[in-house]
Design a protein around this ligand. Structure first.
Ligand code: FAD
Length: 509
């Protein structure tokens, strides 16, 4: 066997997986077909729960430094053409990091290498095969073809995943017949930006800020940074576009001409990209020794969430895979990856397909749906719920065992903690990605119970201002595996904790 884990693809999912595996003690081999770090502009930033998770890993300072802008909750978010306005909420539900994808990938690449991952660029995986003992990848590298074997292989190779294809994992769903083209541009002096944000174009007249539907598609624009506009066209065309193929200025101008019926003069072009929409989900995220994560596992028909869900797949998978490789994983641990992340992907499909219905509808009924939707969002509770859906923070993983605590299965809140060593927080305890038993009520019975697992989990005693439970057992992916209710009797609490520890962290040494 050449290595423990091969990761195919060095996008956000593959690179995050590489770093997380290293933290868990496994050094993977990453094979990426592109010879250099990505230049093609894709995402302009990322949002959702992964932003918080990166803070829990101590990576958010690096993201902030690289983006040159503070990481804040988003003031709003688009939802199928409807604007969700979070600006009035005291603690908005969606965090956003304005770091363009190529810079995110550079940061994750450096981080994973520093931790010990081997990242080989210019190595394309042509196919994979597996038997009960190992998985093999046939690779085309700069020096010719070769084969590499491993105990596990993870396909993080994007929407057109060859790993998924050669492993025979079905990818059912819908490809929408539309192509979106995006250009970040400046405008020449001949085009006037009016005080209310509209455009005045010679020979064309006034174009309203936001989205304009024409006979041939949708034209939209808005400000991204001072001086530059983000322009988008949407046209009905056969879908399944190649997101990675560069878009030319001519292609963009032709599309604008088709949609508006006239030319729009453009100034400096800062970036151009294109994307299509699919709603698809791999039937299985695991096929024996082959696993899928990121766009290889799911495609959502709305922008702004792919990176979040893909990187969260990686965080969920890494420690489970490392446990199997280290030999202490309890039975069934690796299968919880499919169970939990397929569920998360299905939730994301639910809300993004609802966005398609809102966005693509073009009749009075669709208009009524949009108006009604907007009316509901005037209330705080549904607005928060929509924010949580987009962020992926509404997901509660099903937890085995007797714990029925409301926190079990949710993302651990970042409590401020007072310890004998000084002030810290839940995020501060998760930098090394080790599981944590957090004793919040000086419960010696629970600390004693966990002592047998000390080599695998950290045990901390702390006080917090608004104690949500007597103790929390937090997994490396920052999800709560088990919680002791306040005042839960020692006998039952210790028994339940022992059961949770065994089912997530194996038998003690
Ligand atoms: C124009 C555009 C705008 C977007 N905007 C946003 C946004 O604002 N926010 C957001 O969250 N998401 C956005 N997305 C989606 C986001 O870019 C994807 O969800 C994200 O890139 C998925 O990451 P990934 O690591 O799963 O796959 P990818 O980023 O696709 O990475 C896959 C990697 O695998 C490599 N690879 C493929 N096949 C092989 C092979 N056979 N052998 C070796 N290597 C291989 C590829 O070269 C690539 O580097 C946008 C996408 C586009 C196209």
């Amino acid at each position: 066997m050449d290595t423990d884990v091969i990761i195919v693809g060095a996008g956000p999912a593959g690179l995050m997986l590489a770093g997380e595996l290293c933290l868990a003690g496994v050094r993977p081999l990453v094979l990426e077909r592109q010879p250099r770090l990505r230049q093609t502009p894709k995402a302009n930033g990322f949002n959702g729960q992964i932003v918080e998770l990166m803070r829990y890993r101590g990576l958010l300072d690096l993201v902030e430094a690289a983006s040159g802008r503070p990481i804040r909750p988003a003031a709003g978010a688009p939802f199928g053409g409807v604007h969700l306005d979070f600006s009035q909420l005291a603690d908005p539900p969606l965090w956003a990091a304005p770091l363009p994808q190529p810079r995110l990938e550079r940061l994750l690449d450096e981080h994973a290498r520093e931790l010990g991952a081997g990242i080989h660029r210019g190595h394309e995986v042509a196919g994979v095969s597996q038997d009960d003992a190992m998985v093999a990848a046939n690779v085309r590298g700069p020096d010719g073809a070769y084969q590499v074997t491993a105990r596990y292989l993870v396909g993080c190779d994007g929407a057109h995943s060859r790993v998924r294809g050669t492993a025979g994992i079905p990818f059912p769903g819908t490809t929408y017949p539309e192509v979106n083209r995006l250009g970040q541009v400046t405008l020449p002096d001949s085009v006037t930006r009016l005080d209310n944000g509209d455009l005045d174009v010679p020979g064309l007249g006034r174009i309203r800020a936001g989205f304009t539907r024409t006979d041939r598609g949708v034209f939209g624009f808005g400000s991204l940074t001072a001086g530059a506009l983000l322009i988008q066209t949407t046209e009905d065309e056969p879908g399944n576009v190649d997101d990675d193929a560069p878009m030319t200025l001519t292609e963009f101008q032709d599309s604008i001409r088709r949609v508006l019926g006239a030319d729009l003069p453009l100034g400096e072009v800062i970036r151009l990209s294109r994307y299509g929409f699919q709603a698809r989900q791999a039937q299985r995220y695991r096929d024996n020794r082959i696993l899928l994560a990121g766009d290889a596992a799911h495609q959502f028909p709305a922008t702004g969430i792919g990176i979040n869900f893909g990187m969260l797949d990686a965080v969920n998978l890494a420690w489970k895979l490392a446990a199997v490789i280290s030999g202490w994983a309890p039975p069934g641990l690796l299968d919880t990856y499919h169970r939990e992340r397929h569920l998360a992907g299905a939730r994301a499909l639910l809300q993004t397909q609802a966005q398609v219905a809102l966005r693509r509808g073009d009749d009075p009924a669709a208009q009524a749906l949009g108006d009604l939707f907007l009316e509901l969002l005037a209330d705080e509770q549904p607005l928060r719920r929509m924010g949580a859906l987009i962020a992926g923070t509404d997901i509660r993983y099903p937890m085995p065992g007797p714990s029925r605590h409301a926190l079990a299965g949710t993302f651990a809140p970042d409590l401020t903690l007072h310890t004998e060593q000084g002030a810290t927080s839940v995020a501060g305890l998760m930098h090394t990605a080790r599981p944590v038993l957090l004793d919040l009520a000086d419960r010696q019975d629970l600390r004693e119970t966990a002592r047998d697992w000390r080599h695998r989990i950290d045990i901390h005693t702390a006080e917090t201002d608004h104690r949500p439970a007597d103790a929390l057992l937090i997994r490396p992916d920052a999800h709560i595996a088990w919680a002791a209710a306040i005042g839960e009797p020692a006998g039952t609490a210790a028994l339940a904790l022992r059961e949770a520890l065994s089912s997530w962290f194996g038998t003690p040494r």
